[in-house]
Each structure stands twice: as C-alpha cells, then as structure tokens.
Write a protein that binds this ligand. Structure first.
Ligand SMILES: N=C(N)NCCCC(=O)O
Ligand SMILES: [Zn+2]
Ligand SMILES: [Zn+2]
Length: 315
C-alpha cells in the first residue's frame, strides 16, 4: 500500500467529464503520482484474431466510455480510488507485424509494471495477450487459478499451424505450467465447437466449466458457489473476454456468439468474487468498429471498474 493519500480522478463537478484526455475513469497517469497500488494498462493489439479484426482500438474506446464512471461503487460499498492509488499506466507497445515480438513485449512490460504496482488490470487487445500476461504474473505468484469468462474455450491447439493466437492462450499457458489446473474454470462458454474433442481436450487439461446455459438455468448464486468452491483462496487471475456477454450487450467484438450473459449478470458475478484473492485481471476483445453507441465499451468500462473495486477492497 502506498504511503501517500491516493490522488483520485479528475472531479467531474469541476471539470466536465467530456473535457481533457481520457485516462481510465479520468484517473491520474502513473507518471503523475509518487507510487501506485493498482494500474489499468492498455494493450492495443489484434494480430492474433481469427475473424473480425479491430481489438487494437479497444483500450482507447474503453477509456472514452469510462469518463462517466463515478468514484463510489455502491454495489461493493467501496470508494476504490480513495482506498488505493489507482492509475492509468498508458498502453504497452506491441509490434503489429510480429506476433512473437508483441508477445515478448507484453510479457516484459507487464513484468516491469508488476514490479511497480501491486495489481494490474489490462484492457485488450485480443485474447492472445492473456498468455504473456500469465507469464508475467507467474513470475510474481507462481501458478495461479484462472477464472476465464468467455463464449469460447480458448484452449484450442493451433490455427493454420500457428500456436499463438486468440483461440489458444489457455492451452499454451497450461502446457507451460502457468496455471493451477486444480482450481481453474471457464465461465459463460457456449456455442458451436469444431467437435466434441474440443471439450474432451479441455477436460484433459484440467479445466472445469460453468456454461452460459448453466448460469441461465440455475442462476448467479449457483454459479458463484461452483466457482468459489473451485478457486478457494488461491491467487486468482480473472480473464474476461467481452464476448462472454450476449451480442446484444457487447456487439463490438470479433467473434460474437448468441446466447450469452447480460452485463448485469457479469457485474454480479464479479461482485460475488470480490473477497477472493484476485492478483490480476484482463478485459479483452473489445472491437469498436462493430460497436454502436458505446454499448460494448460502456459494459467493458464497468467490468474493469468492478474488477478494480474488488481488488481495492482486499488488502
Ligand atoms: N478469443 C476469442 N474471442 N475467440 C476465439 C475464437 C477462435 C475461433 O475462431 O475459433
Ligand atoms: Zn471469446
Ligand atoms: Zn477469448
């Protein structure tokens, strides 16, 4: 915890919230404070996508929508920006012409940032970036429980022979021993697969699943019970692909699947996990070109805010 009184966001009652440069939630930049506890950082990168491109514009789009966030979160009864020094750490530079170099750059930058702050919430970017982010967090915490909210499993093996894509990060991370596979889960998965073998492979790796259908059938409390039982008090990394939401709630994404969660359900799920030992998180796959009226960006900005609130609430 920093020694200084946290510097909060620009006061929207003194400076119009639509004025000025958009940092996340109008928070100070990391350079503007002596020390920080929680950093929000962008990774504008989408070289790993299999369908619609454009997630490289995700971080700036989410920051724009986050201008409207306010400092008190009644749902968690917490003022996250007063409790902890939360900052915007800008964007990590990721080479769009070399996926391998980009992955190295993300790992290196996230490792460095992780030495400066306690916890990081990353805004993507396509889901490829979860791999270097998990490599970075592994150096700090060892293998972490991964709670992965997504329409997709993202444990596929290769695409066009390529091992590193947005459909493969959790397969690679499992193989590298970055994930505690006794405590990890997918949440909100649904939709057509390549074959039954996709699910069998996923089980073999060690993941469990709370599907979108399970959540609809049994409700959020039952889903939370399953997740909490699985994760326990292990260091937890939460990776949220915005396509876990139904396309009605998140049209601005690259591989949309019908039958997903509402934003209200997603926010409730995070709140129900707020007391767990969350050590890092990402929110990925926001692709503004397919967004309308900032629907996806508003949802994503609230998801990030809820994650930051959860992290700020636990010492
Ligand atoms: N990670 C995301 N969003 N999508 C993965 C989809 C991979 C596929 O095209 O089969
Ligand atoms: Zn997905
Ligand atoms: Zn994904």
């Amino acid at each position: 915890m920093t020694e200084h009184t946290p510097q909060g966001p620009v006061d929207a009652s003194l400076t119009p919230r639509y004025a000025g440069i958009a940092t996340f939630a109008k928070l100070p930049r990391i350079e503007d404070v002596p020390a920080a506890d929680i950093a929000v950082v962008g990774v504008p990168f989408d070289t790993g996508v299999s369908f619609r491109p454009g997630a490289r514009f995700g971080p700036s789009h989410v920051r724009e929508a986050s201008r409207l966030l306010r400092p008190y979160n009644p749902a968690q009864d917490i003022s996250p920006f007063a409790r902890k020094q939360v900052v915007d750490a800008g964007d990590i530079v990721a080479n769009p012409f070399s996926l391998d170099e980009a992955v190295r750059q993300v790992e290196e930058a996230a490792t460095e940032l992780g030495e400066q702050v306690d916890k990081i919430v990353t805004i993507g970017g396509d889901h490829t970036i979860a791999l270097p982010l998990l490599r970075a967090i592994n150096k700090k915490h060892g293998p972490v429980a991964v709670l992965h909210f997504d329409a997709h499993l993202d444990t596929w093996d290769t695409y066009f022979g390529a091992p590193t894509t947005h459909g493969t990060p959790f397969r690679r991370a499992s193989e590298e021993g970055l994930i505690d596979l006794t405590a990890s889960m997918h949440g909100g998965t649904r939709g057509p697969l390549y074959g039954k073998g996709d699910l069998e492979d996923d089980v073999k790796l060690g993941f469990q699943i709370v599907t979108s259908e399970f959540i609809e059938e049994h409700g959020i409390p039952a889903a939370l019970e399953k997740i909490r039982e699985r994760v326990g008090d292990k260091p937890l990394y939460i990776s949220i692909d915005i396509d876990v939401l139904d396309p009605a709630h998140a049209p601005g994404t690259g591989t949309p699947e019908a039958g997903g969660l509402t934003s209200r359900e997603m926010l409730r799920l995070i709140r129900g996990l707020a007391d767990l030992q969350i050590v890092g998180a990402d929110v990925v796959e926001v692709a503004p070109a397919y967004d309308h009226a900032q629907i996806t960006a508003v949802a994503a900005s609230h998801v990030v805010y809820e994650l930051v609130s959860a992290m700020a609430g636990r010492d």
